[in-house]
Design a binder for this molecule. Structure first.
Ligand SMILES: *[C@@H]1O[C@H](CO)[C@@H](O)[C@H](O)[C@H]1NC(C)=O
Ligand SMILES: *[C@@H]1O[C@H](CO)[C@@H](O)[C@H](O)[C@H]1NC(C)=O
Length: 388
């Protein structure tokens, strides 16, 4: 039960982190809907005369599944400014027979199923967690879903927690000059930071970091590390990553296809090189190599450590990495914009009928992958007592 609860709180935390971040971001970065719209094809043959109802099939436990706080803020399709805008949001379960879409969240599938369905409506499987933390109750819903709406690009409605979009470079002056990047580099006195609160993970990131620490110092903040990170603590603030640290670890708790959590996107704007460890193909997600150092490009934690040590001694090279990162133009979109895609799809007369078996949903998301650049669990241990 403790495990389940902490998972639940992790979701809540993620959700509030995303909404806070997005609220913060929204003030500075307008026109997200128009960027989103420009990515969408045309929709001339859509019949938008009838309102489309999207029913959120939440939970009997209040707020249990509503981690995007939709029910709290109300149906906000208007605020989203979607290109196709005739959808309304409801959590009134009595509408299940008329709903055009019913949304179900993976981790709440253990609860009651709707007693009936609209034969023309779509039941949508929604999930933002990796396969390592998903699909627990999916077998009970075998054949019942029509669409998937998740973080994988292969799902019917691509809905990552945050969405990376490259922007054209208009040839305007760089955001970070050579001079400035060098002065930032010279001002940094610390090497690697990691802030983390889940200490034992599927990806075994904690073991990778332990291995790394044999060769270079890694300052581990938060619940798992020796360093405490309290609110307002300057040692682990964004300013500190900007000014003091050269590298920051963005290690996913699970390795899986297309799975990149918000912790990558929310640190991208800082003048610190992000070191990623993930199962996603970043190019497939449109994310250029210049934005991160990928642990998969190194044979071992030791090789990575050697590379970082070389960069630490070479201000010009490190500053060049910072510049390449800072001068790349992109935008981060909120996952709420995937609801525009849902609305559009609901209006598309050419959308075929389809449904998914549980196995097909699993296949679409791929496996929870084991790390290949760590020794297999268990086998490598020294016999007990040989080492202190
Ligand atoms: C990663 O994605 C890119 C772009 O889709 C593709 O060309 C490349 O083959 C992929 N790499 C791997 C290792 O799958
Ligand atoms: C949705 O899935 C159900 C159950 O498999 C199926 O009966 C129904 O025809 C599907 N509807 C659409 C619109 O694809």
């Amino acid at each position: 039960m403790r495990v389940k609860l902490s998972y639940f709180y992790a979701l809540i935390f993620t959700a509030s982190a995303i909404s806070i971040y997005v609220a913060f971001w929204g003030a500075k970065h307008l026109n997200e809907a128009s960027i989103h719209a420009s990515l969408s094809p045309s929709y001339n043959d859509f019949d938008i005369s009838r309102e489309k109802i999207i029913l959120y099939w939440g939970s009997t436990i209040p707020k249990r599944c509503d981690y995007f706080t939709f029910t709290k803020t109300g149906p906000s399709f208007e605020d989203l400014n979607c290109p196709v805008n005739n959808c309304v949001w409801t959590d009134d379960k009595t509408k299940v027979k008329e709903a055009d879409a019913v949304l179900f969240f993976d981790h709440c599938l253990g609860e009651v199923k709707p007693p009936e369905r609209n034969p023309r409506g779509r039941w949508v499987f929604v999930d933002h967690e990796s396969p390592c933390n998903s699909f627990r109750y999916l077998d009970k819903w075998d054949g019942l879903f029509n669409w998937t709406m998740t973080y994988t690009k292969d799902s019917d409605i691509f809905s990552p927690s945050l969405h990376f979009v490259n922007l054209p470079n208009h040839g305007d002056y760089p955001l970070l000059s050579r001079e400035r990047s060098l002065s930032i580099t010279r001002g940094k006195s610390k090497l690697v930071a990691w802030m983390v609160s889940h200490c034992t993970t599927h990806s075994r990131r904690e073991e990778y970091v332990k291995e790394l620490q044999k060769y270079i110092p890694v300052d581990v903040y938060g619940k798992c590390g020796p360093l405490v990170c309290k609110k307002g603590d300057t040692r682990c603030s964004e300013e500190s990553l900007n000014n003091d640290y050269k590298f920051y670890l963005v290690f996913e708790n699970s390795l899986a296809k297309d799975y990149v959590s918000e912790k990558f996107y929310t640190r991208l704007h800082l003048n610190v090189m992000l070191i990623t460890r993930s199962g996603a193909n970043f190019s497939r997600l449109g994310i250029p190599d210049a934005l991160h150092i990928d642990t998969r490009d190194f044979k071992s934690p030791k090789d990575l450590a050697e590379y970082l040590k070389r960069l630490d001694k070479d201000d010009e090279s490190y500053a060049a990495l910072l510049r390449a990162k800072a001068n790349h133009r992109y935008k981060i979109l909120n996952s709420r914009y995937s609801y525009c895609d849902l609305c559009k799809k609901l209006n598309d007369p050419n959308e075929p009928r389809k449904s998914y078996s549980a196995a097909e949903i699993r296949n679409q998301h791929g496996f929870c992958v084991s790390p290949h650049n760590l020794r297999p669990r268990g086998r490598s241990r020294q016999p007990r007592g040989r080492h202190a």
